[in-house]
Write a protein that binds this ligand. Structure first.
Ligand code: FMN
Length: 250
């Protein structure tokens, strides 16, 4: 079931995705950027709330500051286009004519806005890839989420979720294999009993992928990588969300 041979250009495009972290020094024409954003806007959205905003970062100093926040990921500074996707309840507040205190910014509102932003962003990603660009999401703008918000002038009720580099690929990375379908697709009821076998199988595939990608230097299985990843202290954004007006306890 992991093998999608489709003959559909869209499916082929999706199945060929890989994150791009090196870009040609070639601008994205304004017309293409607008097509990408228009495609993002056509994503499904909760009750047509369109509860997200996207900030296009063209200022070089601002780019450098965001790259610094993102743990010095140089492609954040250098890529032709960098977009920051935000959960946004503020435009809705203004449109509805609500006072800040009247605005329902609870966990559900945050979830709606985060989903809307992610769906729009992924539409943008597919649109960009369909035009021959490569993309890379940048969650590391949340390393210092308050600073990112300050740099971008985000008001209350707007939360920066992730960045996105866009540009012509200057590399062709290996496709990163995913878990077997059986590991993510359940029927009727959640079934964890299949994880042992599926994860073990994926560990083998992942180790081989990593070995090839690193020229033999690395060969960790997925579960080992995840153990390491989950052992690191997580980012803490709870206080920032509260300060931005979201009450996640509600
Ligand atoms: C929300 C989100 C945040 C991400 N943040 C980063 C990041 O800060 N830096 C980076 O190099 N890649 C980042 N990625 C890319 C993932 O590492 C990548 O999608 C994943 O390893 C799968 O690889 P692939 O996209 O090449 O298939 C992010 C992806 C997502 C969806």
């Amino acid at each position: 079931m992991n093998d999608v041979r489709s003959g559909s250009g869209t499916l082929d495009l999706i199945m060929n995705h890989r994150s791009i972290r090196a870009f040609a020094d070639e601008p994205v024409p304004e017309a293409d950027l607008l097509r990408i954003i228009r495609a993002a806007q056509m994503a499904s959205t909760s009750s047509n709330m369109q509860a997200y905003s996207v900030i296009r970062v063209t200022d070089r100093a601002l780019r450098a500051a965001l790259a610094e926040i993102a743990g010095r990921q140089q492609y954040v500074a250098d890529c032709p286009e960098f977009l920051v996707w935000c959960a946004d309840m503020e435009r809705l507040r203004i449109a509805a004519g609500f006072e800040p205190a009247e605005m329902p910014c609870n966990a559900e509102a945050y979830t709606i806005a985060a989903i809307d932003a992610a769906l729009a962003a992924q539409n943008a990603a597919i649109a960009a890839e369909s035009l021959g660009y490569g993309i890379c999401y940048i969650g590391a703008v949340r390393n210092d989420i308050a600073k990112t918000a300050e740099l971008l002038g985000l008001p209350e009720r707007v939360v920066p979720l992730f960045g996105m580099c866009i540009g012509r690929p200057a590399q062709e990375p290996l496709l990163r294999p995913r878990l077997p379908v059986e590991a993510v697709l359940h029927e009727n009821r959640y079934d964890a009993s299949r994880y042992g076998g599926a994860v073990a199988a994926y560990d083998g595939v992942h180790a081989a992928y990593l070995k090839e990608r690193s020229g033999g230097r690395h060969s960790a299985g997925w579960s080992e990588q995840m153990r390491e990843r989950l052992s690191r202290p997580p980012r803490r954004i709870g206080r920032f969300l509260r300060d931005q007006g979201f009450d996640l306890a509600d």
